[in-house]
Design a protein around this ligand. Structure first.
Ligand SMILES: O=P(O)(O)OC[C@H]1O[C@@](O)(CO)[C@@H](O)[C@@H]1O
Length: 552
């Protein structure tokens, strides 16, 4: 595939950008085009999910921009690459793997094969694992599956990191409203002993179920944390605790699971074509099914599948994830935006940006194109975010009056799960959602400031230049399992579109390896005599100081 900047549409967009950048003013675009909102909005509709309105109209978009961006997608082969993903081709070409997470939520009965083998059926197929998850989660929730002393397991400790943590955390938080009232969840990911210590402090071994979540089952943090948990459990139960009743594994690696001491009957498997950051739909999502119940987990999968269907079948210009991805490229490569802000106006989504950070930056934080050459253009943006309205009292100063262009996505559910105080809170939340996007667009002029009596010397400081783009996502009801599934998959496929245009491999993650290897080497040094010899003087000096301070 030709590098993106060699495609004809890229040069046309460059020329177009110069025009847009010189003269395009968002608020003027609205005053001159009464249809702008309808022209640049798209509504996602699917059975079993509320409508989701995606308002792209407050972006630097003209009809010509949209046409040229769609042309870029065509020339970059976005549709061809998308079809390859859904066909099970080995598009993760550095690991020679398919990228088949849509199969995990294939509730629509699509024919999905890898190497000619149906991945849905068979003893280790997707549907068999889902049946196992259903059976197990229902037994735990009903008390049929108990601990070694016969007590119901109501304290769940998920031990995993990265995609084996961020998805389960984000989804169980987002769907807390549906969570079992008698169930407590702990997510232990960090190797920092504090993480496990705090969880164990709050746990009773008789009522605790440990989920050891690790695709590879070789991740140092997770295997160490899991072994610590197992030692704690056996010690606390005087060796009487039955590991088989209190530990299950979520992994692709049966050999390592068995070596750890978990029976394969208590393993929920998945395949290597599931990327960690794309795995919450798999066995990794067991904590979700345990917490909100399998029926809600299935709805979550269904909403995700509906967005897959939209992405797979919708023409580019109407294709919502495609439009989101094209806007990312437009701002990154033609306006030099370095970041992407995702601010949900929803407290249940308080870990949504953290989840998207791995999805986006572990996928597209790459600088090498498919032919092995160095990309001649910028690729993955720095995704960040916090829920609003908190973010407004944290970093929105920079978003409004800083020197950086920060494309922002705002998300709101039209209805709250908690319409307290006669729904006053939801109305205030919504008013901020609308106001922030409007303020970023219209700004505040010197004339307006003067009319308010602002002293001349303060005017420059109180001026809002405005003309800052946002995408507003409005869910037509509460955000339930199906709507959450669809929202996540919107960002999964937006990320896919970015990578397809940049011609990078969005599905490997070699960048996480070097640090792991060096840490393993230094770990040994901490137990050996010496003060960091063999390192640069900074690393060596730090190791020496650490040993001194820690009296190692
Ligand atoms: O699930 P596991 O195999 O323990 O990997 C955990 C995480 O580690 C990585 O950094 C890969 O090493 C992420 O891609 C992954 O989600």
């Amino acid at each position: 595939m030709a590098p993106a900047n060699t495609l004809p549409a890229w040069s046309e967009l460059q020329a177009h950008r110069d025009d847009v950048a010189k003269s395009f003013v968002l608020k003027e675009a609205f005053s001159s085009d009464a249809d702008r909102f309808s022209r640049f909005s798209r509504t996602f509709k699917a059975a079993g999910s509320a409508d989701i309105l995606f308002d792209f109209s407050k972006n630097f978009l003209t009809n010509e921009t949209l046409d040229l961006l769609v042309k870029l997608a065509e020339q970059a082969g976005v549709e061809r690459k998308r079809d390859a993903l859904f066909r099970g081709d080995k598009i993760n070409f550095t690991e020679n793997r398919a990228v088949f997470h849509p199969a995990l939520r294939n509730v629509g009965g699509w024919d999905m094969k890898v190497d000619g083998v149906d991945v849905m059926s068979g003893p280790n197929g997707v549907n068999s694992v889902l049946d196992h998850m259903k059976d197990f989660s229902e037994k735990v929730r009903s008390g049929e599956w108990t601990g070694f002393t016969g007590k119901k397991l109501t304290n769940i400790v998920n031990v995993g990191i990265g995609g084996s943590d961020l998805g389960p955390v984000m989804v169980t938080e987002a769907l807390k409203y549906y969570g079992a009232p008698d169930m407590t969840l702990h997510f232990v990911s960090n190797i920092d002993g504090t993480h496990m210590a705090e969880a164990l402090k709050a746990s009773d071994p008789e009522t605790t179920l440990f989920l050891v979540a690790s695709k590879t089952f070789t991740t140092a943090e997770t295997t160490t944390n899991a072994n610590t948990a197992k030692s704690w459990f056996l010690e606390k139960t005087g060796g009487k605790g039955d590991v088989a009743k209190h530990f299950v594994a979520l992994s692709t690696n049966e050999a390592e699971v068995t070596k750890f001491g978990i029976d394969s009957a208590n393993m929920f498997g998945f395949e290597s074509w599931v990327g960690g950051r794309y795995s919450v739909w798999s066995a990794i999502g067991l904590s979700v099914a345990l917490y909100v119940g399998y029926d809600n987990f299935y709805k979550f999968l269904s909403g995700a599948h509906a967005m897959d269907k939209h992405f797979r079948e919708t023409p580019l210009k109407e294709n919502i994830p495609v439009l989101g991805g094209l806007l990312s490229v437009w701002y990154s490569n033609f306006f030099q935006a370095q970041t992407h802000l995702v601010a949900p106006f929803d407290q249940y989504l308080h870990r949504f940006a953290a989840y998207l950070q791995q999805l986006s930056m572990e996928s597209n934080g790459k600088g090498i194109t498919s032919d092995g050459s160095t990309a001649k253009y910028t690729t993955g943006a720095i995704l960040f975010g916090e829920p609003c309205t908190n973010a407004q009292h944290s970093f929105f100063q920079l978003v409004h009056q800083g020197t950086k262009l920060i494309p922002a996505d705002f998300i709101l559910a039209a209805k709250s799960h908690n319409p307290i105080h006669d729904n006053l809170h939801q109305k205030m939340l919504a008013s901020n959602y609308f106001a922030q996007a409007e303020a970023l667009m219209v700004g505040k002029t010197d004339e307006q400031l003067r009319a308010e009596g602002t002293p001349e010397d303060l005017i420059p400081h109180k001026r809002f230049l405005g003309n800052r783009p946002t995408t507003s996502i409005l869910v037509g009801d509460v955000i339930g399992p199906a709507e959450l599934g669809a929202l996540i998959v919107y960002y999964e496929h937006l990320t896919f579109v970015e990578g397809a245009i940049w011609d990078i491999n969005s599905f490997d993650q070699w960048g996480v390896e070097l640090g792991k290897v060096l840490a393993k080497k230094i770990l040994k040094e901490l137990d050996e005599p010496g003060n960091g010899e063999g390192h640069d003087v900074s690393t060596g000096g730090l190791i020496g100081a650490f040993k001194q301070f820690a009296k190692i």
